[in-house]
Design a protein around this ligand. Structure first.
Ligand SMILES: *Cc1c(COP(=O)(O)O)cnc(C)c1O
Length: 375
């Protein structure tokens, strides 16, 4: 049997029950389950607001659009970002005509506060932090830096569904936190995401902007009394970014299992770490002791990473790479050479199979292959 990096685990009967409910009711779109899921997400995370979207990518865009317009940022203003992320994070900055300034990462593979501080200029408006693999890294120092310099903080929490610090779910101290419920993330639907603003006014505006700027959602309109249901107003040019009830129904089921699933991921991490401790050439990327990590990823660093990929593939083990240094992409090449640590990591990191179907036996087998081939 092949061992893949990620395999989503759907509770099929329960998901079908949710979908059936939508179909029988004749309500598959915005409203109904999307509202129920938003409520469940605020209860789960303790975050004050949550708005369900069609993906994390659109959420990051919405976050930047809203911050830019609310605070009067100009085209070309700077957002400090990380080169070790999925391109969504940095594209979202580009969508708004803002300028991604890359700061380097530290050994957690998350932003290094010292380099972030070095890269702050008169044009810096915000920092976007990515919690790689569910890890918080030195996020608390980034929060402090943003407060000190009057910068907004966007948390790309695509990997962080279920990550807690001192019992508290991450995101409460960011201006906006965006989650992904894409199929390989910890809470898999098919494609969807959640945007969580700290501020109630921002949340209300996000609801309008994610539905073309219309100031009332369809569900509320359909259920409104009287003949003027179509008399909504459009206040600004919005987007079609909201999520739908089919995805929300699946999300409601998956949320019930999120903590249990994450506990198993942490168990896998313990097994990997224990097995790999005997091999000095395999450097484990540890997660901060401060957090109970969602453990989206288990990453190691190897000087012969590419060779190792092939060696594992021969045994039908298919690890991944998170991520290629984004400054190596043509469109971000202007920043080449500005983040040497991220560049080094990009050549060395390997993400080992991490999903609910991986067994202790497979972990031992993968670890011994790593030990055998590591240089
Ligand atoms: C998956 C991912 C995204 C994009 O999420 P979607 O829901 O697929 O749009 C953004 N940032 C990071 C770090 C991701 O891993």
């Amino acid at each position: 049997m092949a061992t893949q990096l990620f395999v989503p685990n759907f509770r099929i009967d329960e998901c079908l029950e949710q979908i059936r409910e939508c179909l029988e009711k004749g309500w598959t779109g915005l409203g109904f389950k999307t509202l129920e899921f938003e409520k469940a997400w605020t209860e789960y995370t303790g975050l004050p607001h949550a708005h369900f979207l069609s993906s994390n990518t659109v959420g990051l865009h919405l976050a930047l659009r809203m911050l830019k317009t609310r605070h009067g940022w100009s085209d070309g203003d700077e957002i400090i970002v990380t080169p070790l992320t999925f391109v969504s994070s940095n594209h979202a900055v580009m969508y708004e005509g803002l300028h991604p300034v890359f700061a380097d990462v530290d050994e957690s593979l998350c932003l290094d506060p010292a380099d972030v501080e070095r890269k702050i200029s008169a044009k810096t408006r915000a920092v976007m932090f990515v919690g790689i693999g569910g890890n918080v890294g030195r996020y608390d120092e980034i929060v402090a830096l943003c407060r000190k310099h009057g910068l907004k903080l966007i948390l790309d929490a695509a990997h962080m569904s279920g990550t807690r610090v001192e019992g508290r779910h991450v995101g409460y101290d960011a201006d906006v936190t965006v989650f992904s419920f894409q199929a390989v993330k910890n809470l898999p639907t098919a494609d969807s995401g959640m945007i969580c603003f700290a501020d109630a006014e921002d949340d209300a505006r996000a609801r309008k902007l994610s539905w073309l700027g219309i100031n009332k959602d369809t569900f509320a309109r359909t259920n409104a009394q009287g003949a003027y249901k179509w008399m909504y107003d459009v206040e600004e040019v919005g987007f079609k970014y909201h999520g739908n009830s089919i995805m929300a129904g699946i999300g409601l089921v998956q949320l019930k299992y999120l903590d249990r699933d994450n506990a198993y991921r942490r168990q896998l991490a313990v097994w990997y770490s224990r097995e790999l401790a005997q091999y000095p050439h395999v450097r484990v990327v540890d997660h901060s002791e401060k957090c109970e990590s969602s453990r989206h990823l288990f990453q190691v660093r190897l000087s012969n990473r590419d060779e190792m990929m092939f060696a594992l593939n021969e045994h039908e083990i298919y690890p991944g790479v998170h991520y290629r240094d984004n400054t190596q992409y043509r469109m971000y090449a202007y920043a080449q050479g500005t983040c040497p640590e991220a560049h080094r990591a990009s050549d060395e990191v390997l993400s080992l199979p991490m999903h609910l179907g991986v067994t202790a036996h497979e972990v031992a087998k993968i670890a011994s292959l790593l030990g055998k081939h590591a240089k």
